[in-house]
Structure formats: structure tokens, C-alpha cells
Design a protein around this ligand. Sequence first.
Ligand SMILES: *[C@@H]1O[C@H](CO)[C@@H](O)[C@H](O)[C@H]1NC(C)=O
Ligand SMILES: *[C@@H]1O[C@H](CO)[C@@H](O)[C@H](O)[C@H]1NC(C)=O
Ligand SMILES: *[C@@H]1O[C@H](CO)[C@@H](O)[C@H](O)[C@H]1NC(C)=O
Ligand SMILES: *[C@@H]1O[C@H](CO)[C@@H](O)[C@H](O)[C@H]1NC(C)=O
Ligand SMILES: *[C@@H]1O[C@H](CO)[C@@H](O)[C@H](O)[C@H]1NC(C)=O
Ligand SMILES: *[C@@H]1O[C@H](CO)[C@@H](O)[C@H](O)[C@H]1NC(C)=O
Ligand SMILES: *[C@@H]1O[C@H](CO)[C@@H](O)[C@H](O)[C@H]1NC(C)=O
Ligand SMILES: *[C@@H]1O[C@H](CO)[C@@H](O)[C@H](O)[C@H]1NC(C)=O
Length: 584
Amino acid sequence: MHALSLALLCSFQVRYHAAAAAATQLCGILDQRSALVGDRLYFSSGNYTFNDNLPSHSTSSLYVLPLDKVIDVSGPIPLSELETSPLPSQELAGGMGPISGGAGGTYLFDHTALYAYGGIIGGDANGTENGLWTYNTTNETWGLTIVEGGGLSYGEATEGVWAIDPSQSLSFYTGGWTIAYNNTNNGLVKFDSSDPAKPQWNFVTALSGDMQGPNMLKGSMQFVRKGQAGILVAFGGYNTTQRGTQFGPGWDWDQRPFDEIFVYDIFSNVWYLVEATGDLPPLRTEFCSGVSAAADDSSFQITIHGDQFYTTKLDDTYVLTLPAFEWIKVRVANNPDGGAGRNRHKCSMWQDSQMIVAGGGPEESEYCNMSYPPIKVLDTSNYVWQTHFEPDHEAYSVPGVVRRVIGGSSKGGSTVTSPKRGWKDPALGEIFSHTLARDTYVYPDTPNTSTTGEPASTPTPEPDTQSKTGAIAGGVVGGVVGLALIAAGVWWFLVRPRQRRRSAEGDQDGSSAYRDKPELPSDGATRADELDSRDIVTQLPTKTDTAELEDHRYAAELAAAMQGVQSPVELEAEQNRRVPGRPV
Ligand SMILES: *[C@@H]1O[C@H](CO)[C@@H](O)[C@H](O)[C@H]1NC(C)=O
Ligand SMILES: *[C@@H]1O[C@H](CO)[C@@H](O)[C@H](O)[C@H]1NC(C)=O
Ligand SMILES: *[C@@H]1O[C@H](CO)[C@@H](O)[C@H](O)[C@H]1NC(C)=O
Ligand SMILES: *[C@@H]1O[C@H](CO)[C@@H](O)[C@H](O)[C@H]1NC(C)=O
Ligand SMILES: *[C@@H]1O[C@H](CO)[C@@H](O)[C@H](O)[C@H]1NC(C)=O
Ligand SMILES: *[C@@H]1O[C@H](CO)[C@@H](O)[C@H](O)[C@H]1NC(C)=O
Ligand SMILES: *[C@@H]1O[C@H](CO)[C@@H](O)[C@H](O)[C@H]1NC(C)=O
Ligand SMILES: *[C@@H]1O[C@H](CO)[C@@H](O)[C@H](O)[C@H]1NC(C)=O
């Protein structure tokens, strides 16, 4: 079955390459892995459409969009703007879960390398050996890196939440379908690539507090420079703690209300739950986010965009300002999507001031449509969507709509240092009293290109080394979109039989119907106002329903499970079929 699926993939690739000769533009991206390193946006895996009339399909290419020059993002991206190189393994190509797939996987990364993580089913997703395909961005070479620290390869890990701190060479991943639970404990994959010759990871379980992780599927997580070693801030998506009631039979999980903000202090290894106030975004999944810091670091704005809301993709934008923990609904201008919205996209923040929203979609038929660009750029200082990405864009300034809530000026000076109702746990006050320095790493190949001619075009004389070098990994790639193309609801099992994985590869059923998922009915914006507002929540029961699901599923071959027993994937698809007016 494995051989068969590979053969099918290969023949498809051949067909694609033959036809792609005619393609001159990239029109659509869905479920890609992506990373912003230096002044280059890397992406691969997932599905793509080009102006060659082929349907959306996976490709075996790594794409790089160089961000050292102005890019017209008002329509499809000419392929001449992209650098394209082959992926080292077909299993990274993605787009065809539950066979092999990048859908929902990500790149963990630092200043010099990308590590393809999750979303791989096949020999490369080697839970025992911990091999990660690694792209060295300096010498542009792929290699297979063996990571020390345990069986955390989790090829099937998809649609969790992740956050990257390139300055400490740390990447974090939790939640999703198979991560966060090791049969006894919840936790977080902490990946340390500071020694590229010997990257390490471990499954970190919280040291104190009752909470061990957010159990979050299709939410979003960001690294923020607070605390002594940084914090992770996670929100949205589904709460996979236990089965809920929001969707009725067929879809187990409730969506998380946006007043629940999970904060992980890296230094002390403790999770907190902070209650946010303000214009709480309607419940959503498959959105993405990016962080902008005030010039003086007095506030950090996390901008979120897009979502899936039942069968509707919204194109709204909200901002969570920290440390006020206040949500602000933002009026944007010039959104190119014309109200169509998007989901399963990825956000990358360029030097705090331009949020690059790559991919996502409404319907495939709408790709290659001048009014629905594959990549769009939001100016996070004024919330105007740009027609062009500009590497030397004006430095970030705190938007007026945010200043009305937190005070200060466009350069910072916010006087709000805590949530409206204060810190429920004094430890949080202590954490938020520390701010880490900006990342000042200078990429070896960028200083000369970015210093020449830039001073003249940088209008704001902000003492911001970041915008001067043009070479900072300001982008913490965030956002969680994409689709579990795999055994849904299967919690990680320490030693997964390869045989089982192979049967998953061979299973082509269940994938096509899965592309569209049910979301909240529009009348269902029922935020649980009464939700517990303690800073530290009580931990979920150790034995979750998902664990039970795992037990159940583990007894059967995965392929059989996918076809016979109703997996969440199928149930999700089935629920989708029940949506009135939904074309099936
Ligand atoms: C993604 O591409 C694969 C082929 O490469 C195709 O089977 C699948 O249906 C596509 N999914 C979407 C959502 O376009
Ligand atoms: C997977 O494990 C086998 C040994 O069990 C090893 O030979 C192979 O190289 C590993 N593959 C990867 C991608 O790590
Ligand atoms: C590129 O770097 C990798 C280590 O990441 C190394 O193994 C490889 O030999 C290098 N290739 C070249 C051509 O320098
Ligand atoms: C799960 O994590 C806990 C806490 O770190 C650890 O004690 C336990 O051994 C782990 N279980 C497995 C199966 O790895
Ligand atoms: C990438 O390659 C360069 C040049 O070969 C090497 O100096 C560097 O250590 C490599 N980086 C990683 C992360 O392997
Ligand atoms: C997650 O959902 C469960 C069940 O609905 C609920 O009891 C729990 O409070 C939720 N957890 C959080 C942190 O919201
Ligand atoms: C392009 O896509 C938008 C958003 O879905 C849609 O409103 C518009 O009709 C499409 N235009 C064309 C020419 O297909
Ligand atoms: C930039 O290039 C010039 C020559 O064009 C060279 O003299 C200088 O050392 C370079 N600077 C850096 C930082 O590489």
C-alpha cells in the first residue's frame, strides 16, 4: 500500500511538472509550513495552485520569497519572484493526508536552519530515531538531523500550536492531535537547536501549578519577550481537554473562548491562565497571529487575522495588547479579500510593522483571482492592507486604536502594566516586569545589501537596531491553520508501530471529504462568560477522552479505523455534510 501510494504520488508529480511548464504565477497556498528567517520567507508542503489550470496539489518544492526588495502583493506572485528548490523527501511534500503530508506541520527554526516538524507520515516520521529533515539556510543544503532527547518526532503531529524564539534557538510545540500528552502527562515539546551539530529536545511538563498545557487544537501561540527567558502566549482553537457540547455528536471539541489566554513562563516552566477582557473575538480556529512590540517595549500587540467560522471564512482582525490583556477589534482598510476571508493561512511578522499573511483560502475555484492574492501584507501600525511588501517600511508605531486602550504615544509609553482586574497570581506581575532584549542577530549574507541605501528610505529615526539591519528574525512565525490529514484524535503513543504508520500511508480514503470542516454555527458565539477566571486553572483529568480514543483506535489498524470506525476526521467531514446548503 505504501508503494502504491508513493507511485500515485510520483505519477501525479510527473504530471504536475509537465504541466507546470506553463505556470508563471503562484495563485494559492494552503496548509504550508513556513518560516521567516532573516529576510527570506520559506515555505513548502501543503497544497498550491498556479495559473496552469491544474487543481490544487502538493509539490515537492521548497519556495523562498526573498524579502530584500519591494514585492507587489496585490495579485498572484510571479514565479520569477520565488526561488524554488527540491525538497529532500517526497514525504515532506504534503497536501495528501492521511497519506504523507505537510498539512498542519511546521518548521521549527532558528537563525540558520529550518527543521521540518510534524505533518509527516512515512519513513521520515521516525519516532524512534528522531530524524528531522533540516534545511541549512546558510549553505542552502538539506540534511537529516538526529535529535537527542527522546521519541518526540511525532510525524503525525499536526495542528498544534507552536512558537519560535530564534535568539535563543528555541522552538516550542504543543497541542494538536497527538502532542501534549504522553499517556500520563501533558507537556510541551521544547526544541533547542543552539548547537546545530547536536540539537536536543525534550517533553517538558510543568514544574508547578496545576496546569500542564493548553490542550489546544488549531489555536495559535506566540513567543513574547517578557519574563526572564520569554513567555509563550496561546489562545483560540479547540479545547481538547474533554468532549464538549458545542457541535453535538460528530465533533467532540468545543472552541476556546478568547478570554482564556494561556501564558507559559519559559524560565520557571509554569503555565498560567490569564483572563482577557475587551472585544473578545468570536470563537475561531485556523487563524494566524503575529507580534509587534512598541518601540520602547512597553506593550506587545498580538494581531490575529482570519478564521474558519462554521462554513464561513471570516476576514476580521483583532489585536490582543499585552500586558493589558485587552482584545481590540480593529477596523482594517483595503483588505484585498473582498469579504471572502481565509483560513489555514500562516502569518509571519516583518520587523513588527508588516504582517505577512501567506496562503489560506476560501474555495479553490477562487484561486488565481486578482482580488484574492496568495500573500497579503497588513501594516500593523495603521491596519491598512498594503499592495506592496516594503523591506524598508516605516518602523512600527502603536496604532491609535490601541493607544486609546493602553495610553502612551505611537512610540510606546503605555502606562498599563497589568490586566484590568490586576494579576490574579503575583508571579505574573513579576514575569511581566522583565523584558528580554530584541534579537540583534546579524545574518551573514545580509548586512551589506540592507545597509546600502536604507537610511534614506527609513522615515522613522527610531533607535531600533532591528529595522536598521534588516536582518533580524523579527518574525515569529505563528498562526495555526491547516488540516489534520491523519489519524485524528490519536494521542501520541510512545512507540508507534511502523506497520500502523504504513497502513495510514496507504489509506487514501477519508482525505478528500475532510477538507472542509464544521465550525461554529453563526448563532453560536456563546462565549462562556462564567468561565473560571483564576490565573491558574485546575488541570484536566489525567485520563482524557482522547486517551480513551487512542486506546480504542490502537486496537485496530489505522486504515480500518479511518474507513470503518468513525474517526474525528470522518465525523468532522460527516458533520460538514450535514451543513445546510453546503456543496458536497
Ligand atoms: C491537495 O493536493 C492533493 C494532490 O496533491 C489532492 O489530492 C488534495 O485533494 C488537495 N487538497 C486540496 C484541499 O486541494
Ligand atoms: C528510521 O529508523 C531506522 C532504524 O529503525 C533508520 O535506519 C532510519 O534511518 C530512520 N529514518 C529516519 C528518517 O530517521
Ligand atoms: C552545509 O551544512 C551542513 C550542515 O548543516 C553540512 O552537513 C553540509 O556539508 C554543508 N554543505 C556544504 C555544501 O557546505
Ligand atoms: C510522561 O511525562 C512524565 C512527566 O515528565 C514522565 O514522568 C513520564 O515518564 C512520561 N511518560 C512517558 C510514557 O514517557
Ligand atoms: C550551515 O552551513 C554552514 C556552512 O557549511 C555551517 O557553518 C553551519 O554550521 C551550518 N548550520 C547548521 C545549522 O548546520
Ligand atoms: C476545556 O473544556 C472543558 C470541558 O468543556 C472545561 O471543563 C474546561 O474548563 C475547559 N478548559 C479550559 C481551560 O477552558
Ligand atoms: C475572486 O475572489 C473573490 C473572493 O472570493 C470573489 O468575491 C470574486 O468574485 C472572485 N473574482 C473572480 C473574478 O472570480
Ligand atoms: C560590505 O562590503 C564591502 C565591500 O563592498 C566590504 O568592504 C565590507 O567589509 C562589507 N561589510 C560587511 C559587514 O560584510
